[in-house]
Design a protein around this ligand. Structure first.
Ligand code: ADP
Ligand code: MG
Length: 759
């Protein structure tokens, strides 16, 4: 039910993928290995995540399966794709350098070929016979280009694809270049210049290299947002070793080490403060922008920043187990998985290449059929153009680029999306179901009043309730215990304790049976409520939650609690409405309480008095009626409902930052983040759709143009490159599309200042 939990996983680096067709082939090959349960291949990160059932498939079986399809695979090096990549990541810099070098050489070799093409008449005079030295020079340069770091890998990839009968983008280019080359050699020897396309072959290779370099750069830019997260992880830290502070690599810190964190430094580990006092910016974990004071005994989280002062911290969790490690891991995972849209695109891409080859062949035959042998030169030209313009690389980039940009952008704002399908699902929701307590309300209720039945005192009601509630983690329980402590009411320890989620608690205290909880829960436990019926009706203020306290089957009093509605709840609900998403409240609390919150946030559909199982039923009912449901909860007692909904959104803080039940975890408890997440997901889905539509329409429109000979091969190469770049640039525009260009959420911005005195 909860995806990925407990299943062994391994990650591979896949080498040689160039397009959506490749992704499909690698995925199928891995899926066919015995023992493999799930596979997710990512073109952008050039990686595959493979999950197994209990019988873990041997690594060698996986890598050889990939090799048999014409790609290469190796185990992902430790720390390989772990951290997000950024422009200052050494691996990315190395990749960029290689791409740049290949591009410079390819362009450097193709320019003289094109130059000779333009000047051959001037330098060698007219006539194919006189120009043979020029042609030979061009052929030599083209062969050098084909063997250079630019052309070599493309042609090698194409030949490998042919050998393994794979169909990918390299194959199309290789067929195009080889056909053009063969025709050119024939044209030179037969002195038929119309067959010669040496400059076109050169430009195709050079432009593909330019395109790949620009693509690699754009990939780096797309993940720049995630790099900001990685920057929160310092590389070295001051650790107490042999009685003195030493600067060591963060990887070498183990739990139990004493770590010194000076002002303006990021805390490298999770741990407990053992010395010092400091202001700590914990916004990454709590969403709270103001620094908080941390001192001896307090917890410290990796990735938070010491702004003022200095701390000694005893490490408890380090590396990937720390809170920052879990966030980074979660962000990385956000790019895995295929959206439904991408699956369709990949399937099309993998049948696309053979179809294109068939169209190219048909083009060639068609020209010959109509024009006879006289049209042979035209036929080759058109066939080459078809092969080159039809490369489905834009199709392969359409989704991953948008997902990468969106997940990085989201992470910086404290929105942690589990995977790409979850982002897609969030973009498609029709209705959003809000839990009340701790979601729409602050979740920090306080006791407003304690009223006892006539024969008892309020202090006794508080004492009994606090004794029973002290082991409960429910916010209401905490408020009741806090009241007892504040009023100095001593309460004993129960001899037994039980809690019923969505109902209340039971306990055994001084040989008496205590029940504390909602009126409904007490009634269903057989408690006589007649004593408190008048109190419940008479003393309740609108919005109050009533908790009834019973001893040995008789209600002895009622505790009224209030929980303030979060100031931003109404605005979040309004924003959802403007996105066309309906809101509902689903709560275990009573109807009257729920209604008062509902009217404050303008929601008109309320289900109250629902236990956790009932919440699941309600969500299923909505789903049966054809609606796509997002559930927002605090992740504790709503886990089942969160996992049932199409999209589970949980407010997560500190320790449980990556809760498994929810598909989206929000760091920082403002409902505005829910609206942000949905708005971003919507924009992402729209961007992906635009990208896919563009890729399809573009290829669709260009192929006929090439087939009828209206698109020379060199132009076809340029058109193909422009198509992939358009897709990448469209994805990079995502932040602008939703107005998130300043690194802050839309709602954070201060309201426009009222126009002041003109004087
Ligand atoms: P929500 O759905 O609003 O988050 P819960 O499902 O947590 O609410 O709880 C529903 C109701 O059950 C609460 O309003 C309260 O009346 C009662 N309840 C649950 N747990 C406790 C507890 N530990 N002590 C007292 N009342 C409780
Ligand atoms: Mg709740």
């Amino acid at each position: 039910m909860i995806a990925g939990q407990g299943q062994p996983e391994t990650e591979l680096r896949i080498i040689g993928m160039t397009c959506g067709g490749c992704v499909g082939r690698v995925e199928r090959a891995l899926r066919d290995v015995r023992g493999v349960r799930g596979v997710s291949v990512n073109l952008m990160t050039e990686s595959a995540v493979v999950s197994f059932d209990e019988n873990r498939a041997p690594l060698a079986a996986l890598t050889s399966a990939v090799r048999e399809t014409g790609y290469d695979a190796e185990p992902m090096p430790v720390g390989g794709a772990q951290g997000p990549q950024s422009e200052d990541d050494p691996r990315l810099r190395e990749t960029l350098r290689r791409h740049r070098q290949a591009m410079v050489q390819a362009v450097g070799l193709s320019l003289p070929i094109v130059g000779l093409e333009l000047l051959r008449g001037v330098l060698w005079g007219p006539g194919p016979a006189a120009q043979i030295p020029c042609r030979v020079l061009q052929i030599v340069l083209l062969i050098m280009l084909a063997l250079s770091p630019g052309g070599g890998p493309i042609l090698a990839g194409g030949l490998r694809a042919l050998w393994y009968r794979a169909a990918n983008m390299d194959l199309l280019i290789t067929m195009g270049v080889v056909t053009a080359f063969a025709a050119s050699v024939y044209g030179t020897l037969a002195k038929q210049p119309e067959f010669v396309h040496l400059h076109a072959a050169a430009m195709i290779l050079a432009l593909v290299c330019v395109g790949r370099y620009l693509e690699a750069r754009a990939k780096g830019r797309a993940s720049a947002a995630m790099a900001a997260l990685a920057r929160r992880a310092p590389r070295s830290a001051l650790v107490m070793r042999n009685g003195e502070l030493q600067s060591v690599a963060v990887d070498s810190i183990v739990p139990g080490d004493q770590v010194c964190v000076p002002a303006h430094a990021a805390i490298p580990v999770d741990g407990e403060v053992t010395e010092g006092t400091a202001d700590v910016d914990e916004s990454l974990m709590t969403g709270e922008p103001m620094p908080v004071l941390r001192t001896v005994g307090d917890r410290a989280s990796a990735g938070t920043l010491v702004t003022e002062g200095k701390l000694m911290i005893r490490a408890t969790s380090v590396g990937s187990r720390s809170s920052l490690g879990r966030i980074v891991e979660m962000v990385r995972k956000a790019q895995t998985g295929h959206t439904h849209m991408q699956r369709i695109a990949d399937r099309i891409a993998s049948v696309f290449v053979p179809i294109v080859v068939a169209i190219a062949a048909a083009t060639f035959v068609g020209w010959l059929a109509i024009g006879g042998w006289a049209a042979a030169a035209q036929a080759t030209r058109a066939a080459v153009a078809v092969l080159v313009v039809a490369c489905p690389c834009a199709l392969g980039l359409a989704t991953p680029t948008a997902v990468l940009v969106a997940s990085g952008l989201a992470a910086l704002r404290g929105i942690l999306v589990r995977d790409a399908p979850m982002l897609e699902a969030a973009g498609l929701v029709d209705v959003i179901v809000w839990d009340k307590t701790g979601t729409l309300t602050a979740g920090r209720p306080s006791v407003r009043d304690v009223i006892a039945v006539e024969s008892r005192l309020p202090a006794e009601v508080t004492r009994v309730a606090a004794a029973a509630e002290q082991f409960s983690v429910h916010p209401l329980a905490k408020a009741i215990v806090a009241l007892a402590r504040r009023d100095g009411i001593a309460f004993g320890e129960p001899t037994s304790f039980g809690s019923v989620p969505g109902g209340g608690v039971t306990a055994q205290l001084d040989q008496k049976q205590i029940v504390v909880g909602s009126p409904r829960f007490l009634e269903s436990s057989g408690v006589a409520m007649d004593g408190v019926a008048g109190i419940l009706d008479g003393s309740r203020v609108e919005g109050d939650t009533a908790v009834v306290v019973a001893v040995d089957g008789r209600a002895i009093g009622v505790i009224f609690l209030t929980d303030a509605v979060r100031p931003s709840s109404a605005e979040a609900v309004r924003r959802m409405r403007s996105l066309g998403v309906r809101s509902e409240i689903l709560t275990g609390d009573e109807l009257s309480t729920a209604n008062s919150v509902a009217s404050a946030v303008e929601i008109d559909c309320v289900s109250a008095g629902v236990d956790p199982a009932g919440k699941v039923d309600r969500i299923k009912a909505l789903q049966r009626s054809g609606e796509r449901v997002a559930m927002v909860g605090d992740g504790v007692n709503d886990a089942a409902a969160l996992a049932t909904a199409d999209v589970g959104i949980a407010f997560a803080t500190g320790a449980d930052v990556a809760s498994e039940a929810a598909g989206i975890n929000l760091v920082g408890s403002t409902p505005q983040l829910v609206a942000d997440a949905v708005a971003l997901a919507r924009a992402s889905v729209r961007t992906i759709r635009q990208n896919l539509a563009w890729a399809f329409l573009y290829n669709g429109a260009m192929i006929p143009l090439a087939a009828v000979g209206k698109l020379p091969p060199a132009w076809a190469a340029g058109a193909m490159m422009i198509s992939s770049l358009t897709v990448v640039l469209n994805s990079l525009l995502l932040p602008r599309r939703i107005g998130w260009t300043d690194g802050r959420a839309g709602h954070d911005r201060s309201p426009p200042t009222p126009t002041g005195d003109p004087a």
